[in-house]
Design a protein around this ligand. Structure first.
Ligand code: M6R
Length: 608
């Protein structure tokens, strides 16, 4: 986690860095800092709390320097205090470093440095970088960073300035994202393009174990072994306004309301209605192997993992492929023994989740084929997989994932449909699926039009401290995702359960103080879910039902019903998740929570 942004050019650096930091705040928001160089002088400020605190501290200051580095922190080593906030300095205040990642051998390095007389000012792992770079500096900052990289274990995206080499910024990466933005007479670097897309849409992705020297006039990239790299720039598709609120009070709400468009973006140019076969250009490189594949493993974390769960059911329905879904954080600890031609699908919004990256590296070592379903173009997962499918969902800024879940489900459906049509799925089924997918954006709009009704339900229940979410088959992962959303943004305790497990334990919790959200669309599980609802009602548990339009049976039983339009059973999750997202959002709003940046969380989890 943590976000870093750097600028070197002709403009004053402070406003550019502050603006950049605001767009990175989703990555971490417990403290922030910046260091700006003006000839051989460095202005240096840090503050505990959100970026606004750093802004308060520096607002009235006219800082003239035109190059600098800035950081927003999500604490790993050391509490979120000012002394632990980045940048960190060497003892002589020459070297200033910001860092995203974890230096795993920092204890060892710190001890060595302390033995040589170095006094540490913070509890962070990052501070060792400043002292090591200072020790390794012999007139050339780039070489000092290169030498330091060889001493490090762990992950880093880092940026360094040196009082003695004004106008230079050196950035380096291993395992944490770092993108260089190329401008005219100015250059940038950041953890995410969102921090610089206002100034340039030309970017160069730095690979692991590479470093770059940035001046206002150019960027020179080289490997840790000092081999020069020439890499062309890529053009970023995102528009600056994609990363703005555009009148919504929160990014979470904006992103929930963007979902009809998200489905269109995921399907655009990919649907072939007549043949019932989607077109997915990104997997052409592996298609010969993929079409023969009979075993897949979806690895992901959090919301992406729950989307993978739905995906498993969709693949079961449409293809002959056996699909497992694994938590990336656990995957590496398993005995991995793949049948020949196994495909791993790494699914991630950010494409930078450390657990997912570690999982695919392990799977690749064991000979599996890798494909990615990723939103952030050029991210680590997209580059470490042989082929893949982009979500094209635009930036997702709210820490709680919403639109990406729907996008992932859409893309998994397309992939399953493509494979299914090359296996046993009939033309009729293929055409029916594409017709249903095409109807989804308007159907999501219909669910969104019930926002006021959902808000009223949230108002009725937001004071309840424990919630249960229940679903079966396609509805089960939605129960888990619904519970995760509520926990994340409202801090209400919620559990997502397979409804069939109720009688094996959770039913003991049911009482008038515990609302249950029942995912009960009209599908093959409908009758069984109705039985579960009866069990809850007879124990005086309040029920909120997410049910198909016109389901009078449910309406007769349950007071609070949110309706979703009718679709194919395996597409129901794309509709039933929307009320869950809105319920979580409104509960959080009634509780005055920090919706886009919930406590203790960060958007992109780049530490294991
Ligand atoms: O970027 P990724 O999709 O790999 O992120 C995975 C999880 O960290 C993410 O879904 C997390 O659980 C969100 N906070 C969920 O809202």
């Amino acid at each position: 986690m943590c976000g870093i942004v750097c600028y070197v050019g002709r403009e004053k650096a402070k406003p550019i860095l502050m603006e950049g930091l605001k767009h990175l705040e989703y990555r971490g928001y417990d403290s922030a800092g910046l260091a700006i160089q003006n000839k051989k002088h460095i202005d240096y400020y840090r503050a505990v709390g959100k970026i606004i605190e750093l802004e308060r501290k520096t607002n009235d200051l006219d800082i003239p320097g035109t190059s600098g580095i800035a950081h927003t922190r999500w604490a790993t080593h050391g509490e979120p205090t000012e002394k632990n906030a980045h940048p960190h300095r060497d003892e002589k205040d020459n070297i200033y470093v910001i860092h995203n990642g974890i230096i795993e051998n920092f204890h060892h390095l710190k001890k060595k440095l302390e033995k040589s007389g170095v006094q540490f000012r913070s509890e962070t792992d990052t501070e060792v970088l400043a002292h090591l770079i200072a020790q390794n500096f012999d007139g050339d900052l780039n070489e000092a960073v290169r030498k330091t990289m060889s001493q490090l274990e762990g992950t880093f995206g880092l940026a360094v300035i040196n009082r003695k080499t004004p106008g230079e910024i050196v950035v380096a990466r291993r395992g944490s994202p770092l993108i260089i933005g190329v401008g005219e007479g100015e250059n940038f670097a950041a953890s995410d393009v969102a921090a610089m897309v206002r100034y340039t849409n030309k970017v160069v992705h730095l690979n692991d174990n590479e470093l770059a020297l940035l001046t206002k006039d150019g960027v020179s990239i080289s490997t840790a072994q000092a081999k020069a790299i020439q890499r062309p720039t890529e053009t970023v598709e995102w528009q600056p306004e994609d990363a703005e609120l555009n009148g919504f009070p929160h990014f979470m709400l904006k992103e929930i309301f963007e979902q009809p468009e998200t489905i269109l973006n995921a399907t655009r140019g990919r649907l072939e209605p007549g043949e019932g076969v989607p077109k997915l250009g990104g997997i052409i490189p592996v298609w010969d192997r993929l079409k023969e594949c009979r075993h897949m493993v979806i690895v992901a974390c959090g919301t992406s993992y729950y989307a993978g769960h739905v995906g498993r059911y969709i693949f079961e329905k449409l293809t002959e492929v056996d699909v497992e879904v694994e938590l990336a954080s656990e995957f590496r600890y398993q005995k991995l023994n793949f049948p020949p031609n196994t495909f791993i699908i790494a699914m991630s919004q950010s494409g930078e989740t450390a657990d997912t990256l570690a999982a695919i590296r392990e799977a690749s070592r064991k000979g599996a084929n890798l494909i990615g379903i990723v939103n952030v173009v050029g991210s680590s997962i997209s580059r470490e997989t042989e082929a893949g499918i982009y979500n094209h969902a635009g930036p997702e800024i709210g820490v709680a994932s919403t639109k990406i879940f729907i996008s992932q489900l859409t893309i998994l459906t397309l992939l399953a449909l493509l494979l299914g049509r090359h296996q046993n799925l009939s033309l009729t089924d293929g055409v029916e699926a594409i017709k249903a997918l095409t109807a989804l954006p308007d159907q999501v709009k219909k669910v969104l039009s019930q926002d006021n009704h959902i808000q009223a339900i949230a108002e009725k229940y937001y004071k309840y401290n424990n919630w249960l979410y229940l679903g079966r088959k396609y509805g089960y992962p939605i129960a888990m995702e619904g519970a995760l959303k509520l926990k994340e943004v409202s801090y209400i305790h919620a559990e997502g359960y397979a409804a069939g497990e109720m009688k094996h334990g959770p039913i003991a919790l049911i009482n008038p103080e515990m609302p249950t959200v029942a995912i009960v669309p009209k599908d093959s599980m409908h009758e069984k879910m109705i039985n579960n609802i009866h069990e809850i009602l007879s124990r005086k548990g309040p029920v909120i039902a997410i049910a198909t339009e016109g389901d009078d049976k449910i309406k007769d039983m349950v007071e609070d019903v949110i309706e979703i339009p009718e679709t194919l059973d395996y597409l129901n999750p794309i509709l039933s998740v929307v009320p869950c997202q809105l319920l979580a959002y409104h509960c959080a709003r009634f509780l005055n929570r920090d919706i886009d940046q919930p406590r203790n969380l960060a958007k992109s989890v780049t530490v294991e």
